[in-house]
Design a protein around this ligand. Structure first.
Ligand code: COA
Length: 241
C-alpha cells in the first residue's frame, strides 16, 4: 500500500535515508529522461536553490521504496515563480504565508498510469490538498506545462492562470494559482476512493493542524464527478482570443 509522508525540517532526520535516492530519482527523471539540462549536476543529484530547510516534501513510499514525490515551498521564501519565471505572472507577485509553490511532482516510470488502485499522481494531488487544508493554506502557485490544465480540470482543481502560456525550451509553460479548500480535498478523496485522510505525519505531532471535514461514507454508491457547466480554469478561454 502506498503511503504519502509529509517531510519537513522538523522530521527530516527520520527520512534521512530517503533523501539521496530522492535527489537521484529527480536527476534521473528531470535531467536524463525529460532532458531539463539546466538542472544537471556532475554528482547525479538534482538539487536546486529551492531545496532549503523551509521546503516541505511529500514522499510516496511503497514497501519502503520511494515511488513518487512533490515539493512545496513557502512563497514568502524565494521560489521558482519569483526568481526564475517572474515574467509568467503578470499579476501581483505572490508572497503570502497562506500560499505554497508546488514543483517537482513525479511518479517513477513503472508506477505511472496505473489503473488497479488510486493513481499515484492523483494520490499526490489529494495529499497536497490535504496538507494545505490541514495547515490553513488558501492556495498553491505553480509554474507548469500547459498539458496539466485539462488534467486539473478533469479532477476538479480550480486553477487560475496568472498570465499567458509562453514557450520555454520547447515547452508551453504558464503560471497558475490553484485554490486549496475543503470541498476540493473532499472531491479528490471521492475520486480516488479514499474515506480517510491520506497523509502520514510521522514525527510531526508538534505541527498545529486543523480538523479535516468528514468524508462521505463510500459504502453508499458515489456519484461520478461531474464537470461544472462552466470552465473552472478561469480566464483560460480568453487566452486564444
Ligand atoms: N508532456 C505532455 N503530456 C504529458 C507529459 C509530458 N511530458 N507527461 C505526462 N503527460 C500527460 C499525457 O496526457 C499522458 O497521457 P498519454 O498516456 O496519452 O501520454 C498523461 O499525462 C499520463 O501520464 P503518465 O506519465 O502515463 O502517468 P501519470 O499520470 O501516472 O503521471 C506524471 C504523470 C507527470 C506524474 C509522470 O508522467 C511523471 O512523473 N513525469 C516525469 C516528471 C514530470 O515531468 N513532472 C511534471 C513537471 S514537475
Amino acid at each position: 500500500m502506498s503511503e504519502i509522508h509529509v517531510v519537513s525540517k522538523d522530521n527530516r532526520q527520520l527520512y534521512q535515508s530517503y533523501f539521496d535516492p530522492y535527489f537521484r530519482l529527480r536527476h534521473e527523471i528531470y535531467v536524463k529522461q525529460r532532458k531539463w539540462m539546466a538542472l544537471d549536476r556532475p554528482d547525479g543529484l538534482e538539487i536546486d536553490q529551492f531545496d532549503t530547510d523551509e521546503a516541505v516534501y511529500l514522499f510516496c513510499i511503497d514497501d519502503g521504496r520511494l515511488i513518487g514525490g512533490m515539493r512545496a515551498v513557502p512563497t514568502v521564501m524565494p521560489n521558482l515563480m519569483s526568481e526564475i519565471f517572474p515574467y509568467l505572472n503578470i499579476r501581483e507577485p505572490i508572497q503570502r504565508p497562506d500560499v505554497y509553490e508546488l514543483s517537482r511532482i513525479f511518479v517513477i516510470p513503472e508506477r505511472r498510469g496505473e489503473h488497479a488502485g488510486p493513481r499515484i499522481d492523483m494520490l499526490l494531488l489529494t495529499a497536497i490538498m490535504e496538507y494545505g487544508v490541514s495547515t490553513g493554506l488558501s492556495g498553491f502557485s505553480i509554474v507548469l506545462e500547459s498539458w496539466w490544465l485539462p488534467r486539473f480540470e478533469r479532477c476538479g482543481l480550480k486553477a487560475h492562470p496568472l498570465g499567458l502560456p509562453q514557450m520555454i525550451d520547447g515547452m508551453s509553460v504558464l503560471a497558475v494559482l490553484v485554490d486549496c479548500d475543503e470541498a476540493t480535498w473532499t472531491s479528490l478523496c471521492g475520486q480516488i476512493g479514499m474515506n480517510k485522510p491520506t497523509l502520514t505525519w510521522r514525527g510531526l505531532a508538534g505541527v498545529n493542524r486543523r480538523a479535516l471535514p468528514a468524508l462521505p461514507d463510500l459504502s453508499i454508491p458515489a456519484q461520478p464527478f461531474v464537470q461544472p457547466a462552466q470552465s473552472t480554469l478561469h480566464g483560460v478561454g480568453h487566452c486564444a482570443t
